[in-house]
Design a protein around this ligand. Structure first.
Ligand SMILES: [Zn+2]
Ligand SMILES: [Zn+2]
Length: 273
């Protein structure tokens, strides 16, 4: 780690929601990178409660946040994460959660984003009905470790970051809606997903490009055309992984890591049209 190009350097982490305890440890341990939280108004990029609409893709949103943190701090390295949860225009219905982590090295012209789709999200809502017990809903979403947002019948946010029964009880009236608060510092499930993504980013930045030596060598695409086990025609299944460098454009293909060399005839357009 001592000879990694980022050892001892600081990267701005644009955050309002205390994500550094999830993001910093793997980057510091593996690369020696120092993660410096920079308080920016990340809500300008959209909020979970919908008071400010989001625009662009999660990748664009994460990169824009990282740039804002770099601008605010004057640091040439930037980090930011972005979460999106279904149902949402970015996600197929019921897809769960997607976390995206962006890293920018302005000096090298390196921009990396990694994403992870997770079905393990507690994203949910519940409309309170008269005379009903909300305890099963609260247990399912992991309250009070996971916080809630409460909305009135007109959709207005009555409270957010609700993390104890004393605060929730006066708000849990029929007609109100309870929603999971998806801000990272109030949502241990999200923090765990972000931590695992930060581990992947650290591994990626620890891999130098074999052509130019820049950090960030890793999978950029896949090659389809895995041959059918019956007729040997190419299918839409993945044949190989394409690794690449987003700085110099160098690419190499490698076999699938699972060792699969043929596709089932069920996925073949010839055998199973
Ligand atoms: Zn390269
Ligand atoms: Zn076939």
């Amino acid at each position: 780690m001592a000879d990694h190009p980022y050892a001892g350097l600081a990267a701005a982490l644009a955050t309002q929601h205390g994500k550094q305890r999830a993001i910093a440890p793997p980057l510091t341990r593996r690369l020696g990178l120092i993660v410096r939280p920079v308080a920016i108004d990340t809500d300008q990029f959209g909020t979970f409660t919908g008071s400010i609409a989001r625009s662009g893709t999660p990748r664009e949103a994460a990169l824009a946040k990282a740039r804002a943190g770099m601008a605010a701090s004057g640091l040439p390295l930037g980090l930011a994460s972005e979460g999106s949860f279904g149902p949402h225009p970015w996600l197929p219905f019921g897809a769960g959660g997607v976390e995206t982590l962006a890293f920018i090295d302005a000096g090298r012209g390196l921009e990396l984003t990694l994403s992870a789709v997770s079905r393990r999200t507690n994203f949910a809502h519940h409309d309170v009905a008269s005379g009903e017990d909300i305890a099963p809903f609260l247990a399912r979403i992991g309250f009070p470790a996971h916080a809630l947002v409460v909305r009135g019948p007109d959709g207005a946010v009555l409270a957010s970051g609700v993390q104890d029964m004393a605060a929730l009880a006066p708000l849990a009236w029929p007609g109100n809606r309870l929603e999971t608060d998806m801000r990272a510092h109030l949502n241990p499930t999200r923090l765990a997903a972000i931590r695992s993504l930060a581990g992947r980013l650290a591994a990626r930045l620890a891999s130098p490009c074999p052509a130019c030596g820049c950090p960030g060598w890793g999978q950029v695409d896949v090659m389809r055309g895995l041959p059918c086990s019956t007729c040997d025609q190419p299918t839409q299944s993945i044949l190989a992984i394409i690794d690449g460098c987003t700085v110099c454009g160098h690419q190499q293909t490698r076999p699938r890591p699972d060792g699969v060399t043929a596709a089932s005839p069920a996925s073949c357009d010839w055998c199973n049209p």
